[in-house]
Design a protein around this ligand. Structure first.
Ligand code: ATP
Length: 251
């Protein structure tokens, strides 16, 4: 990917990333750069390839061709735990938590690959427990530490999943529809949390349909249509871009 500036040496980049499902080109030679230190958003109409992009970047599915690199390191087709260890954390559109485990245990189990084994042995490290509690506190759900995830609201479960991701201290966090199905109060909390975590040095890439949230928290927006970027820039530019409007209207 040529000579790199210090910024791009730390960025998340894809080059010509392509993935087809049968006859559908979910990703069509998508070349994207997400700079470090920003709140980046990835938006686009339904079916434009956003989740497939996340899945290819995080090793959930293997692209047919093209490359994924992070901080100058080639991560193409690497397993999810390798991608996570490289500093990329991720939440899912359909939030992934263990429904019959307490909130605290969910965060502890997410902390490390051996977390579930440690849980079964009842042998969590004190330092991990303290850290898990402090993330629950930071996300405003410490009062639910002993509540089973299935008894928490959808929005609270999303915060819980995020707490688990943050336990691994990722430098970059990929959020898949953080606002989906979340009530307005919690939405505000998620928005300010993302901004605060970003101010502390964490990079975000957020797939989101809630345009109010996207426009209010993003520094940089990439717009997908039919599996590839069609526009990018700050919210002020994206808001008035005719290609973006056209993509959403299907013209
Ligand atoms: N596992 C799969 N099998 C078959 N087709 C798939 C699969 N995953 C995605 N697709 C197709 O690939 C295209 C891109 O889907 P993708 O979920 O990546 O889009 P998206 O932008 O995330 O959509 P949404 O905003 O609705 O979540 C769609 O046409 C979708 O139907």
């Amino acid at each position: 990917m040529g000579e790199q500036s210090p910024e791009s040496a730390r960025s998340l980049e894809t080059a010509e990333l392509t993935k087809a499902f049968g006859g559908v080109r979910a990703l069509d030679a998508a070349s994207v750069t997400f700079q470090p230190g920003r709140v980046n958003a990835l938006i686009g109409p339904n079916g434009s390839g956003k989740t497939t992009f996340f899945n290819c970047v995080t090793g959930m599915i293997r692209p047919d061709s093209g490359q994924v690199s992070y901080r100058g390191r080639d991560l193409t087709g690497r397993a999810p735990h390798v991608v996570a260890r490289a500093g990329l954390g991720r939440t899912f559109q359909l939030c992934r938590v263990f429904p019959r485990m307490s909130a605290l245990d969910n965060v502890l189990v997410a902390a490390r690959p051996g977390g579930l084994v440690a849980k079964l042995r009842g042998a969590h490290r004190r330092a991990d427990v303290d850290r898990a509690r402090s993330w629950l506190t930071r996300l405003g759900i410490e009062h639910l530490a002993d509540v089973e995830a299935r008894n928490m609201s959808w929005g609270q479960q999303k915060l819980l999943e995020l707490a688990g991701v943050l336990m691994s201290d990722p430098e970059t966090v990929l959020l898949d529809e953080p606002a989906g199905g979340v009530n307005p109060a919690l939405l505000d909390r998620i928005g300010s949390l993302v901004r605060d975590l970003n101010a502390e040095g964490r990079t975000f890439v957020i797939v989101e349909h809630n345009m109010d949230l996207v426009m209010s928290i993003s520094d940089h927006i990439v717009v997908f249509d039919r599996g590839r970027p069609i526009a990018e820039g700050p919210p002020s530019v994206i808001r008035s871009d005719e290609r973006v409007l056209g993509a959403y209207l299907g013209v």
